[in-house]
Every structure is written in C-alpha cells, then in structure tokens.
Ligand binder design. Structure first.
Ligand code: SF4
Ligand code: SF4
Length: 92
C-alpha cells in the first residue's frame, strides 16, 4: 500500500506536502507530483497538508482517479526527487 497523488495536483503543484514527508518519497513531474509507492510508509503526514486534497491512500482513491495509482508508480521512478517547497504553478 502507498499514498497516491491524484488529479487535483495537475497544473497546480502546491508543494506543501513534500516538506512533511519523513522518507522524502515525492517526485516532481512537469505538471504534478508523484509518490513512489515502494518508498511511502503510509504515515499520512502529507494528506492534511495538501490544500486541494489530491492525496489519498491507494485503497481510498476515488473511482474516477484510480488510474493515478499506476501513474504514480510509473512516473515517480522517472522523475527527480523534490524535498523543498516551491511556488505553485498556479501562482507563477
Ligand atoms: S500539496 Fe497537493 S497539490 Fe500540492 S504538490 Fe502536494 S499533492 Fe500536489
Ligand atoms: S504518506 Fe507519509 S510517507 Fe507517504 S508520501 Fe505522505 S508523508 Fe510521505
């Protein structure tokens, strides 16, 4: 099990989540962040930090966003790690 970043993160990319992750398992894509499923320890620290409620436990991902479970697994290993907060895309 792992936590999953879903569609609300697309083109917004607030990064409040990354600074609280104790295992630094967030990765930065061009339009959203991804959580590496092999690294996430399900601590839930990131969930309340996300202002757009984009992060869910894999089991609790809403049906319309189930594809994001695989998208996070596929994309996280291809993207650079992100551990510091940045200006969100929607505010640049
Ligand atoms: S806080 Fe939410 S919207 Fe922002 S980068 Fe993290 S998951 Fe994406
Ligand atoms: S649930 Fe915990 S370990 Fe997983 S991404 Fe969120 S902060 Fe990191």
């Amino acid at each position: 099990m792992a936590h999953v970043v879903c569609k609300p993160c697309v083109d917004c990319k607030y990064t409040d989540c990354v600074v609280v992750c104790p295992v630094e398992c967030f990765y930065e894509g061009e339009r959203m962040l991804y959580i590496h499923p092999d690294e996430c320890i399900d601590c839930e620290a990131c969930v309340p930090e996300c202002p757009v409620e984009a992060i869910f436990l894999a089991d609790n991902v809403p049906d319309e966003w189930k594809e994001y479970i695989q998208i996070n697994a596929d994309m996280a290993p291809q993207c650079p790690k992100i551990t510091e907060k940045k200006t969100p895309l929607c505010e640049q």
